[in-house]
Design a protein around this ligand. Sequence first.
Ligand SMILES: Nc1ncnc2c1ncn2[C@@H]1O[C@H](COP(=O)(O)OP(=O)(O)O)[C@@H](O)[C@H]1O
Ligand SMILES: N[C@@H](CCOP(=O)(O)O)C(=O)O
Length: 322
Amino acid sequence: MAVYTDITEGELEAFLKNYDVGQLLSYKGIAEGSENSNFLLHTASGAYILTLYEKRVDAADLPFFLGLMDHLARKGINCPLPVHRRDGAVIGKIAGRPAALITFLEGMWMRRPTVTHCREVGKALAGMHLAVADFPLSRPNALSVEGWRKLWDGARPRADEVEPGLVAEVDADFAELSARWPSDLPSGVIHADLFPDNVFFLGDRLSGVIDFYFACNDLYAYDLATCLNAWCFEKDHAFNLTKGTALLAGYQSVRPLTAAEKDALPMLARGSALRFMLTRLYDWLTIPDGALVQKRDPFEYIRRLRFQRQIRSASEYGLGEA
Ligand SMILES: Nc1ncnc2c1ncn2[C@@H]1O[C@H](COP(=O)(O)OP(=O)(O)O)[C@@H](O)[C@H]1O
Ligand SMILES: N[C@@H](CCOP(=O)(O)O)C(=O)O
């Protein structure tokens, strides 16, 4: 469920008066998503998404997120284009919340991505990494190693109740990741949450990338490692080598990895698995049952983490196979 703040037709009509989008024809809340409130709007000029930014998004970060979408869309990346108001601004206010209007993208996200989808997402990710080279804004990654530690401090006292032995496992991860986390790899603005529910397809064609609200400056190869975890495992938690091969080959067909990035990939994939396990575990332990926020399964990422601890070389993901 992702309509935390409801809006009236009157509020919406008043909000839209600031834009050149024509008369409001219809609007409805969108159930999918987890962070913000989203509405699908039809106006005389077409379809749009209205997003009301909720508590977990810092309003001070909105110029970065919306500026990034604007930059990428203008560079030909399939992502939403923020609609400018008549006064030039892209951020407005409705029902007391900061809000923006973005263009609607056709397509649907893949519940069971195929090898072809993995290759296409690899290409799109590399395309974004090239396209951000001249993006002028930056935002530190609040969810890198130090941010993970804060989440772990909150979750650790009850982590063994969720999964016996988890405290010892994750303490050991922190010791190793702190000592070996790379910092001198190619970096720039990354998406940082490129899961299947944030990528739309029309058949096999990638039609859109959405949800830039975790985007930040970090290592490009870390973004790719997140995709390995999010796209290349089956429902039974087994790694699919063919999908890994396709994702990495797709990425490298647009932006070849450096030797140092290849060497670091297992460590980055382990860190990324830890990052998503921790946000999920933290929410699992702190969000009350019945709350509107959708809680995601930490066990899926406990398994990813155990898998990633065993990997010694990126060739085990299929690097160099295609
Ligand atoms: N530009 C867009 N075009 C079409 N649908 C969109 C667009 N942006 C968001 N959506 C719809 O809204 C849902 C939630 O969007 P998302 O940005 O993932 O929200 P959240 O940040 O709350 O997780 C998506 O799953 C999709 O159905
Ligand atoms: N992708 C994250 C959760 C973030 O949710 P989103 O709806 O904003 O993509 C996870 O799977 O833990």
